[in-house]
Design a protein around this ligand. Sequence first.
Ligand code: GRG
Length: 289
Amino acid sequence: MSAPFPSAFAGAQDEITRALDAALAGAGQGDRVLAAMRYTLLAPSKRVRAVLVRLAADVCGDGSRALAAAVAVECIHASSLILDDLPCMDDAPLRRGRPSAHVAHGEAVAVLAAFGLLNMAYGHLARAYPPAIAAKITTLYSDAVGLDGLIAGQAEDVLATDAVIDFTTLERIHRRKTGVLFSAAAQAGAVTAGANDAAIASLTAYAKNLGLAFQIVDDLLDVVGTPEETGKAVRADARKTTFVSFSGIDGARDLAAELCATAERALEPFGARANALRELARFVAGRRQ
Ligand code: GRG
């Protein structure tokens, strides 16, 4: 079953996109690197990680300070997309329905734009929050990017090309490549709202399962999606093990649904206040974009 991105989140998406635009405007004089940063950051995106920051803050009772943490997570995500698409990584020509950053701007400028976005994320947090909150969120995000996060997942993924890997390895790769940034986004949102440890633990359990489900559906869309839906030149890479090559289309779909159901169960302590997060989980389970 396919699902459009919930229209209830359109306001949050727009607010985030405007804030990203403003953050870039403050980033310095226009030059080629800035143009490439803008090209990637403002390309059509679901902004799902940023929406998650906001919803996590809302469910903890105060979404009013979430925006800067949402901006920072989108900068990190955009940085990772540029790097992921490079010829030395996934060698993807298309992203978000447009030529990838290195195709449009050249490889050197694209790499610098990725560093620029990552740098901007941390600077944005430092400027936006009191030092203690900025330090907490920066730690969450840098851990998520680091050697038990995106970088580790990407390294293992790239090195596993042409290798036979087991399910535990596949799951570890994608928990790190995708899941940890979802967890960090939810935790960061909760931190901006001054949440207690119990709330943060529930949101972490939710986001961890949601993030892995998101990646499984991404694998599914590489097989059953169209370039119009995904904005990618959809092609399953036969040299890599994916959740679909491992479990089949139906198996991968079942697994994603199971993870989303587990994610929803983690929201029980919040009651009806978490309905927007439930809606996000249902979108992820059935998404076509
Ligand atoms: C130093 C930041 C940094 C990263 C280095 C390259 C790398 C390590 C990691 C790659 C991580 C990656 C790109 C994982 C794929 C995650 C994924 C499912 C991306 C698609 O996300 P969507 O659908 O994209 O949310 P939109 O376009 O909607 O924003």
